[in-house]
Design a protein around this ligand. Structure first.
Ligand code: ATP
Ligand code: FE
Length: 353
């Protein structure tokens, strides 16, 4: 009884088919490269691109799984949080398929997908075990920066989040200032390898304060002050590299400080898990791994393709929900651009225009 999942909350169109055990039978992701040229995600363009891509992407995923639509027992889609245009396109498409096939539909929270991913069989190496509850999840992506304890499927406690930019946004903005492309995270990390992380003394916002909130905008401003003196001149390569390294060190310090606080607030967790695109950052991974070691807990970071936006995580979250005895959603369920994790999405009938 396989299920098909669709993810369209940001700029990636993704589809995945999983069997009842969560084994990935087929998967495809289409990244919208146009946004790179435009220096960020343009919501209207993203929604149209999802609409164009979905029919073929679903067909391709079915082909890869060796299945046809008739074999699918349930259709799941991300219904929030995210860009509303994309959410409407993806969830409407899944609902349409569900209605056409006479099968149920389920709306899934995107964040829930990210933080349950480490339990997805495909996310584990042969020597790794799925994290037992409760575990601590650090979600660091382009749109999110949150620290959550996963007590059970459907039981999440948000310990803190960003009060301004997400970690990914900070990487992207600083990369832009340094004249690197978009998304900036990978380019900045690469440049940082040539730099000295102690070259510039940058602030560590909120470090040493109680709680698990994050802040990155002051750090970004501090970097811009070091760039200003160069005016319109191109930054010397070494200056850019030193700034990149110092910035990356500051972000890592802040995240490490906040996670250490989280582990003090939730000492019962058995595993530290990192998800989201920024989890690709090697310096950050190594730092988190050391913190976990010091606290004698396990550390897990899903492979990168499952850390960034994908549909396998949406299908997996649906499976975990079903395992808990949860029933599929009504077809009239409306997507929510903002959807706190601790709220089960209420029944929201569409209001007629
Ligand atoms: P969402 O927030 O909804 O998950 P998103 O597409 O913005 O969506 P991801 O795809 O998870 O987020 O992550 C993209 C972000 O990760 C970008 O901000 C990018 O700069 C950052 N990133 C990717 N690789 C690295 C890296 N090696 N170091 C630091 N940041 C990185
Ligand atoms: Fe995401």
């Amino acid at each position: 009884t396989p299920l098909l999942a669709i993810e369209t909350s940001c700029d990636d169109t993704a589809c995945a088919i999983l069997d009842a055990h969560g084994t990935l039978l087929g998967e495809s992701v289409l990244s919208q490269e146009d946004h790179a040229a435009l220096g960020g995600v343009v919501p209207e363009l993203a929604a149209r691109a999802h609409l164009n891509a979905l029919p073929e992407l679903v067909d391709l995923t079915l082909q890869r799984a060796g299945l046809t639509l008739k074999d699918i027992a349930l259709f799941a889609a991300t219904t929030g949080p995210g860009l509303i245009g994309g959410l409407i396109v993806g969830s409407s498409y899944a609902k349409g398929l569900a209605m056409a096939c006479g099968k149920p539909f389920m709306g899934i929270n995107h964040i829930e997908g990210h933080i349950l991913t480490p339990r997805l069989p495909a996310a584990l190496r042969p020597d790794e075990q799925a994290p037992a509850f409760p575990y601590l999840a650090l979600l660091v992506s382009g749109g999110h920066c949150q620290c959550i304890t996963v007590e059970d499927t459907g039981q999440y406690r948000r310990l803190g989040g960003t009060i301004d930019d997400s970690a990914g946004e900070a990487f992207d903005k600083v990369a832009k200032m340094l004249g690197l492309g978009w998304p900036g995270g990978p380019a900045l990390e690469k440049l940082a390898r040539e730099g000295n992380p102690q070259a510039y003394s940058l602030p560590r916002p909120l470090k040493g304060r109680p709680g698990c909130d994050f802040s990155f905008s002051g750090l970004k401003t501090a970097v811009s002050r070091h760039i200003e003196p160069y005016g319109r001149e191109a930054l010397p390569r070494q200056v850019a590299a030193d700034l990149a390294a110092s910035f990356q060190q500051a972000v890592t310090d802040v995240l490490a400080d906040r996670i250490t606080n989280a582990l003090a607030i939730a000492p019962q967790v058995t595993t530290l898990v990192v998800a989201g695109g920024v989890a690709a950052n090697t310096a950050l991974r190594q730092r988190l791994e050391r913190i976990a070691e010091a606290h004698k807990i396990a550390f897990l970071a899903p492979p990168l393709r499952l850390c960034t936006d994908n549909a396998a995580m949406i299908g997996w979250a649906a499976l975990e929900r079903l395992k808990q005895g949860e029933v599929p959603d009504d077809i009239s369920l409306a997507p929510r651009p903002r959807w706190p994790l601790d709220e089960r999405q209420p029944y929201q009938p569409h209001t007629p225009q």
